[in-house]
Design a protein. Structure first.
Length: 114
């Protein structure tokens, strides 16, 4: 399984997880620049949520959350503000991160308002 297919699989798992937890998916894989792509944009009641999904087969090389660096976070924020400029109807927003480990069994962790 390639890294790209692992990532897409993880995003699908995260999307289903969010739907099961009452979120409404607005958009996925929204690209703002070469450096900024928001994996999932969802609505949690009246709060717009920008979700970064990190997926790994195992945690042998580190936890998926460790891949969200300071520069990655800054790029997410840039995309968030660009999105909000086009969608002024949203007054409340936050950034969440979802970690997915695929083996030995699927494990999902959700950090809100990172």
């Amino acid at each position: 399984m390639s890294n790209l297919s692992i990532g897409k699989n993880g995003e699908e798992i995260a999307k289903n997880y969010l739907i099961k937890n009452g979120y409404k998916i607005i958009d996925t894989n929204v690209r703002f620049s070469r450096f900024c792509e928001i994996d999932i944009i969802a609505l949690d009641k009246k709060t717009l949520v920008f979700v970064e999904v990190k997926t790994r087969k195992t945690d042998v090389c580190g936890h998926p959350f460790e891949a969200i660096t300071k520069s990655k976070y800054q790029h997410i924020k840039q995309g968030l503000f660009m999105y909000l400029q086009e969608h002024k109807e949203y007054k409340s927003y936050r950034i969440d991160a979802i970690s997915i480990l695929l083996k030995p069994e699927v494990k999902i962790e959700h950090l809100k308002n990172i």
